[in-house]
Design a protein around this ligand. Structure first.
Ligand code: KIV
Length: 252
């Protein structure tokens, strides 16, 4: 039976922490669901770790629909968060229409990047009855404007922005929010401040849950792995070994 989002977010007060992983396809989703992962995220990181793009800004709604549908076919228990990709929520109307498309694929909620500046879009999604997950801190969809991936919360001004973003998303009624690449002490402060569950990535250990890009965890994308992500398997190495063994047998 599908776990409800409220069952998961109630764990903010009494734990255990939420274990969240990304999935982009049916077999991975099915394995993660079988393993008991709390929530799956069809992240637009799929642009890089599945489709070989340089960043997430080339990911389209069509791609998100395709992959969200596959992931939702693989789960019987874990709710699925689907990312609204770059330029798919330029207006509140666009945000609601595209959020509905992802919900129609079977997602339990949608996520978009930004806080105060995205408040009209966030309110419109929530007013439309669609459960919403925020995403603040380092925002991969803004990599070109920002000139790289930069940790947030290092200056008083940056901390003020983060706190304002977190409160705006929380007061709008988000069920959860991703805190990406934020100074750990600031992530701890946000977690204490908001009702929504915080899900950290590169934001220290004190959030209500953690999310990882699954290829980083499994070692299946060996060309880049962020320093905070510990690979607990070597799928790339195993793939090379199995393929070479097969070739040696065929060509013997
Ligand atoms: O796209 C993604 O995988 C994400 C995570 C990094 C949180 O948004």
């Amino acid at each position: 039976m599908m776990t409800s989002l409220s069952e998961l977010t109630q764990r903010k007060s009494h734990g255990p922490k939420l274990a969240v992983l990304t999935a982009y396809d049916y077999p991975t989703a099915r394995l993660l669901d079988d393993a008991g992962v709390d929530l799956l995220l069809v992240g637009d990181s799929l642009g890089m770790v599945v489709l070989g793009m340089p960043d997430t800004t080339g990911v389209t709604m069509e791609m998100m629909v395709h992959h969200t549908t596959a992931v939702c076919r693989g789960v019987t228990r874990a709710p699925v968060i689907a990312d609204l990709p770059f330029a798919s929520y330029l207006t509140p109307e666009m945000a609601v229409a595209n959020a509905r498309r992802l919900m129609d694929c079977g997602a339990a909620c949608v996520k978009l990047e930004g806080g105060v500046s995205m408040l009209p879009q966030i309110r419109a999604i929530i007013d439309a009855g669609i459960p919403f997950v925020g995403h603040i801190g380092m925002l991969p969809q803004s990599v070109k404007e920002e000139g790289g991936y930069k940790k947030k919360g290092k200056t008083a001004e940056s901390i003020d922005h983060l706190l304002a973003d977190a409160q705006a998303i929380d007061q709008a009624g988000a069920v959860a929010m991703v805190l990406e690449s934020i100074v750990p002490a600031v992530a701890t402060q946000i977690t204490a401040l908001v009702k929504a569950s915080t899900i950290g990535i590169g934001a220290g250990p004190d959030t209500d849950g953690q999310v990882l890009v699954t290829p980083d965890l499994l070692g299946s994308f060996p060309w880049f792995r962020p320093p905070f992500a510990k690979a607990r398997a070597d799928i790339a190495g195993e793939t090379l070994r199995a393929v070479r063994e097969y070739m040696a047998e065929v060509q013997a």
